[in-house]
Each structure stands twice: as C-alpha cells, then as structure tokens.
Design a protein around this ligand. Structure first.
Ligand code: AMP
Ligand code: MG
Length: 477
C-alpha cells in the first residue's frame, strides 16, 4: 500500500528528535481499526487489517516512505521543569496529507524504547491503549478538537505495571501535529535563537499559515484562542484531562495525551480522578487557569524572538497572559449559551447568572453533569423540570424563544452518551481477558453521542454510587 508519506518534520527539523525505528514485537494482532478514519487518510482499511498492515500497526515493520523519529521535547510537569523528556515510547512514522488536504502525523505509541526512554520500558499496556481509543474517538464525535486513534494492536508481549503483568499494545495515533508547548521550551532552553526561529516558523507554516513570518505575538494569540475554546469545550462536557503538563498541550489546539482523563459524573468542581494528582493541580475547575499558566510558559519560550526593548516584551507577554482568563470566559459563555438554548440572548450578565446558578444548584444537589444538561431539552418538550431544578427552570424557560427548535439545537450539543467511567473500566477489564465485545459496543455507541437510541439506556446512566465514590484513574504508562 502506498501511504503517501511526506515528512516535513524529519526534513525541516532533523535536529529536533532522533531517527530510529520502532522495536519489533513477537506477535502482532489487531485489536481496533478506525476504518472510516483510515479512508479519510487515503489508506486502505483492508490492507491495514491484513498481516502486513498489522505488522506496521504493531511497530514490527516500517512502511515505505516513513522516516520514524522519536521527537524531542521538554516540559513542566506538575509545575516543575524537566529539561529532557521526548518520546520515550513513541515514534512518529511520518505525515500524510488526508483527503481533505489536511496534513496529519501518523505516530505509534508503546512502540519500544528510544533514546528518550530513561528508565521506562518503551511499552504501553492494553488497558491505557484501548482507553485512549475510547476517549479520543468519543471526543472527536463530540466535536472536540483531538488526536484520533487509527488503530490498536496487541504485541504478544507482556508489560509489567504496578498491578502485575498486562498484555502489551501499540496505539496508532493521528494528529495535526505532535508539536507541544514543551517542544518550544526545549529549544528555548537548549537550542540556539536560530533553531527557535526555525521551529516557530515551522509551527506557523504548519498550523497558522495565514500569519506573517516573525509575527510572534500573532502566533501566541492564535494558540491561546484555540486553547481557550478547547478548554471551554472540555469544561462544557465535564471532561477532566488529568495531566495538563506543558508537554501535553499541543500547539495545534488538539486534545492530546489521554492518560488519567475521565468525564465527571456528579457535578463537583473539585473533582480529581488521577491517582498521581494528589494536590488537585489538574482538578476540573483548575483547567482554565492551568491553560493560562501553560500559555505563560509558551510566552516565555517565545521571548527571545521578540525584538526591541526586553522590558517592553515582558510587559506585552504579561498583558497577554493576563488576558487569557477573559478570552476563556468568552469561549465558555458561548458554549454554555448553546447548551442552554440561549444563543440569542445578548445580555452576557444574564447568561453568566443563569449558568452560575445552574452549576451551583447542580453542585449542591450532586446532579449528574451530562444527564442534567440532556434532561433540560426534555423539560422544554414536556413542560416539566428535572428534579431539584424547578426554580431554575422557572427562571430559564421564559427566555427561550422557539421551544421546539431550541430543544433540537440543545440536543445537538448536549450528549446523551459519554464514556461513562464504569463502562470504560468494564470494557477494559473484558478486553484484558480477551473479550473485545464490550469495547467494540462502547466505541460504536459513542460514535453518535447526540442521538438517543432505544435499547441504549444503560449507556446514558451514571455510575452506581459505590463505583463513583472510589473511582481513580492511572497515568496510563
Ligand atoms: P506522559 O505522562 O505519557 O505524558 O509521559 C511523560 C514522559 O514519560 C514522556 O517523555 C514519555 O515518553 C515518557 N514515558 C511514559 N511512559 C513511558 C514508558 N513506559 N517507557 C518510556 N518512556 C515513557
Ligand atoms: Mg505526554
């Protein structure tokens, strides 16, 4: 099969990684293939599912035209700078231009040790790999910018993790790029100004080609705008990324690096699922301010390229970083307005008041986040009100102009189905035992999150109390 690779990263930034092939595995077998994504990429799903294809998807063969590279990057992890991270268990195979003309990275994760592996084994376990498939594909169907999962392949090898041996697996990830805030931090701290300029111009050409070369603040503004909207979408869906280190923030504006992420059940702004986030740095409610913090690191990385008076440059950077909160507030309001059928209301204070009082009531009553929003359109249709929200509905309903249409537009943004934590875990447990049916069914349901279908009621229900009270996610290594 001709992949049509055209590898600008390997060609233009050869110093920003290490050329090296994935490490072959004993027994590649296919666990998942995103057939329509494959077609969008101009790839033949039949070939990918065949023996030659599966060998590529497991890292045992390098396809023609690929130039595998482990990418170098740095990053602030939980607030502390790690000068040398890089792909310790991932290989960028190369780039293809998809049918829509969009350049996409094709990368393997869990594909063996690299020069950046430090103590790690370079591998990934089946649980976290299939988790990334479920959640990233769900996010895509929800309309959130995200990396995609093209495939998952089992390796036939065991990997050792905290709770013993697990089946090894490799994820094939598709992204607009894998450039991160941490990529710039690496070059800012260890590269030359020329290299930093080359990298920044590469970012511009690849993601923001309408900008003039050298327009450093224009680039920052564009990246910040995409992040503001991205985080607003996460917040409006109850999504918690879990590990928003600067190496996990993509310059393209995609959600990247699904580790301990999870969707919130009961609304509580302090929700943290990740086992390693003991201080709650990346809790639900902190995500907007953390995005601002990460964008401050981005601004610092860009400073050497800003000409003129250095003090003035710092001042400009500070102003921009301080303006992020307002940028985010505007984006969040826009998404919440749509969720509540208030797109036509121009009084922003009124929208903010309604959103605020709804969330406050949801918090006090521990209401299910996803289910509550979905039930509001139902209440528009039947004239009732969700339990506990009667007063709020009385204040909200008079603002709706055309209730029937409004209910339909609300249903188009308030999902009926999200990856419910208990269903994700059940699907992964079955997959670990060799039964992929619950995983396949869950992925299929989540392809169409906004269309309620009879027979799928259990996919819309929150986790049982006992499960929800103790749920913890792991970093997925
Ligand atoms: P993450 O928490 O997945 O964003 O990863 C943070 C860093 O740890 C990255 O540099 C990864 O490549 C590296 N890493 C995570 N797991 C492994 C592993 N099993 N082997 C080698 N490197 C790893
Ligand atoms: Mg990462």
């Amino acid at each position: 099969m001709n992949w049509g690779f055209d590898n600008t990263y390997a060609r233009d930034l050869p110093w920003l990684g290490a050329a090296m092939a994935p490490v072959p595995v004993p027994e590649p077998t296919l666990l998942y293939l995103g057939e329509s994504l494959a077609e969008d990429l101009g790839l033949d799903p039949g070939w990918l599912a065949g023996p030659d294809g599966v060998r590529v998807l497991a890292g045992s063969a390098v396809p023609e035209g690929a130039e595998p590279v482990a990418q170098a990057y740095a990053g602030h992890q939980f607030g502390f700078f790690s000068p040398r991270l890089g792909d310790g268990r991932a290989h960028l195979l190369g780039e293809v231009v998809d049918r829509a003309g969009r350049r996409r990275d094709i990368a393997l994760k869990g594909s063996g040790r690299t020069v950046f592996s430090r103590g790690g084994d370079g591998r990934a376990a089946i649980g976290p790999v299939l988790r990334e498939v479920i959640v990233s594909e769900a996010m895509s169907a929800l309309g959130v910018p995200t990396t995609r999962a093209l495939a998952a392949a089992a390796t036939g090898e065991q990997v050792w993790r905290d709770n013993g041996p697990e089946r090894g697996a490799v994820l094939t990830r598709v992204a607009d790029s894998h450039l991160r805030v941490g990529t710039l931090e690496l070059v800012r701290t260890q590269g030359s100004v020329e290299q930093l300029r080359d990298l920044v111009d590469y970012v511009r050409r690849r993601h923001y080609p309408h900008l003039e070369p050298g327009d450093v603040w224009g680039l920052w503004d564009e990246i910040a705008a995409r992040q503001a909207d991205l985080i607003a979408q996460w917040m409006s869906l109850g999504f918690i990324h879990g590990v928003m280190n600067t190496d996990n923030m993509a310059l393209s504006g995609e959600t990247i690096d699904y580790g301990p992420c999870a969707f919130m059940d009961r609304y509580d702004p302090d929700t943290v699922y990740s086992s390693i986030d003991t201080a709650g740095r990346y809790r639900y409610s902190a995500q907007p301010s953390i995005a601002g913090w990460n964008l401050a690191r981005l601004a610092e990385s860009l400073l050497p390229l800003v000409g003129g008076d250095p003090d003035e440059a710092v001042e400009t950077a500070t102003e921009r970083v301080n303006g992020f909160a307002e940028r985010y507030a505007v984006a969040f309001r826009a998404h919440m307005s749509r969720k509540l059928g208030l797109g036509h209301v121009t009084d922003t204070d009124e929208v903010d008041r309604l959103v605020g009082s709804l969330l406050e009531t949801m918090r006090r009553r521990s209401l299910d986040f996803t289910g509550t929003f979905r039930s509001l359109s139902r209440s528009v249709r039947d004239g009732g009100a969700p339990v506990g929200l009667e007063d709020w509905v009385d204040a909200w309903r008079p603002l709706l102009t055309r209730p029937e249409e409004t209910a339909a537009t609300m249903d188009a943004v308030n999902p009926a189905y999200i990856p419910r934590n208990h269903l994700v875990e059940a699907a992964l447990d079955a997959a670990r035992q060799g039964d992929l049916r619950p995983f396949d069914e869950l992925v299929a349901v989540l392809r169409e999150p906004f269309v309620e279908r009879p027979g799928l009621e259990r996919y819309a229900e929150p986790a049982p109390e006992r499960f929800a009270a103790t749920y913890v996610t792991f970093c997925g290594t």
